[in-house]
Design a binder for this molecule. Structure first.
Ligand SMILES: Cc1cc2nc3c(=O)[nH]c(=O)nc-3n(C[C@H](O)[C@H](O)[C@H](O)COP(=O)(O)OP(=O)(O)OC[C@H]3O[C@@H](n4cnc5c(N)ncnc54)[C@H](O)[C@@H]3O)c2cc1C
Length: 450
């Protein structure tokens, strides 16, 4: 019987396991992960904000065992990819015919932070969540969140909700810099500010002072925020792939993780990798791009699973659709924002925008939806999009991700066939995605006319 071992019980590992067992019940599939219970990471900030009970964020082991796979709760501590064996921290050795590495990523704590400070945290595992939860229960009064990506934005709101004096520190000149451009993040900034979160933009943490606990944070503008041992400093400054175990294994690894092809194969035959531990490419320009999102880990896990099960399946690249919410303002983006597009060599851009109300404008409070498209002016290709609204943005972001994945022309996007309903959209006359595409087409035409 073909024996498949999966290291990691996150979204990539679980999805691969289920895919293999559903396609090939005859294969012996074993998932190895250390956690007593797997977590829904995306929901963790909302536990701290009292929006969900703790027990709701645990995934059931039946996701794995229910399809006939085995689950071993242990850590892999050594690998021998030539002899196809893994050593576990429980002393056992396990062999495999095919291996899937889905070890994820871990949050980065910058090197300049002294080790072992008891009020300094990162946020990913259950022990991080429990330690911060305990700090809040014990009467923390101040929170410093470093990094204003989605996790930073969500955690700052949770700390503020718990009554803490909350500071959000971001090196970029605006919030959510990897999703939004400055013009689209202004409302998030306004909302965070209005709700009493102290924003420190274009600011870096230059020093963390303290021995047993962080007593003060010194910022690049010279400001100093003092702290007590009860207070909280949270670094949410990105993730690094969890690949130390494979350093001398012969696997091809770069800064973003284990290098995989479109079949999720590594450079070693029979060894696959998927999810946050991998280095992969953008679907837009085919060049490497970070993509540490559950919405990438899941399709990668499925593709790896299908290929391990003997099918031929391909994952074309990251689109990186992502979203978050700040005090009722929903924001999301997909593909490249302007800054990322320029950094990747697209110098000649068209920026198109449209705005409608989120409901029929005849309602007393119809809200709004803003769409921004970033287009390569040389080719007319869509490079990325951003959406800000008082209503859900994810389905609009997904339409635009679909356009990017399928390399739809602006003309096709402008011909999108959409639905309209008084409580859920603008009048049938207009749709913000279509209007933005029409704006981009007009600008392209103007440029071509000279
Ligand atoms: C607070 C937070 C909020 C997030 N919000 C979102 C969101 O809204 N949307 C979104 O798309 N993404 C979100 N993410 C990112 C998302 O959670 C990750 O991209 C996703 O979990 C990656 O899945 P994975 O399976 O690749 O890795 P992981 O989920 O990290 O799983 C890795 C697994 O490997 C195991 N492992 C590691 N080393 C070993 C070893 N040596 N032996 C055995 N097992 C090992 C780990 O213990 C774990 O079980 C969020 C992340 C966090 C932390």
């Amino acid at each position: 019987m073909m024996k498949v071992v999966i290291i990691g019980g996150g979204p990539a590992g679980i999805r691969a396991c289920r895919t293999i067992k559903i396609l090939r019940p005859d294969m012996d599939v074993i998932v190895i992960r250390p956690e007593a219970k797997s977590l829904i990471y995306c929901a963790m900030p909302y536990v701290l904000e009292d929006k969900i009970d703790f027990e709701k964020i645990y995934k059931k082991d039946e996701l794995i065992t229910g399809v006939g796979a085995s689950l071993i709760k242990a850590s892999v501590v050594a690998v021998d990819l030539s002899n196809k064996t893994l050593d576990l921290d429980n002393g056992s050795r396990i062999s495999y015919d095919r291996l899937l590495i889905a070890t994820g990523a871990e949050p980065i704590l910058p090197d300049f932070v002294p080790a072992g400070l008891e009020n300094v945290f990162v946020f990913k595992r259950e022990d991080h969540l429990l330690s911060i939860h305990n700090k809040l229960k014990e009467g923390a009064k101040k929170a410093i969140v470093v990094g204003a990506g989605s996790i930073g934005i969500e955690m700052a709101q949770a700390f503020k909700h718990k009554g803490l004096e909350t500071h959000l520190i971001e090196a970029s000149s605006h919030l959510l810099p990897s999703i939004l451009d400055k013009d689209m993040s202004e409302l998030v900034e306004e909302k965070m500010d209005e709700n009493g979160i102290h924003l420190h933009l274009s600011t870096m943490v230059s020093e963390v002072r303290g021995n047993r606990f962080a007593e003060a944070i010194v910022l690049s503008d010279g400001a100093r925020i003092t702290l007590s041992s009860d207070d909280i400093v949270l670094f949410s400054v990105g993730m690094r792939p969890n690949v130390d175990l494979f350093k001398d294994s012969g696997l091809g690894i770069d800064r973003d993780g284990i290098i995989v092809n479109e079949r999720m194969e590594t450079n070693i035959e029979g060894v696959y990798a998927a999810g946050d531990c991998t280095s992969f490419k953008s679907v837009i320009d085919g060049r490497p791009i970070p993509g540490k999102l559950a919405t990438n880990a899941v399709p990668m896990g499925k593709v790896a699973g299908r290929n391990i099960a003997g099918r031929q399946d391909y994952y074309e690249g990251f689109v990186n659709g992502a979203a978050t919410i700040a005090y009722g303002v929903r924001v999301g983006g997909t593909g490249f924002n302007e800054t990322v597009a320029r950094k990747r060599g697209f110098k000649n851009l068209i920026v198109a925008k449209a705005e409608t109300t989120a409901m029929f404008p005849i309602f007393p409070e119809p809200g709004f939806v803003k769409v921004k498209l970033i287009v390569n002016a040389d080719t007319g290709d869509l490079l990325g999009a951003q959406v800000v609204s008082t209503m859900c943005v994810t389905e609009k972001v997904d339409i635009l991700s679909m356009a990017l994945q399928n390399k739809l022309s602006l003309d096709r996007i402008a011909k999108l066939s959409y639905s309209a309903q008084p409580y859920q959209s603008f009048l049938p006359a207009n749709n913000a995605i279509v209007m933005a595409a029409e704006d981009a087409l007009r600008q392209l035409e103007d440029r071509r006319r000279g």
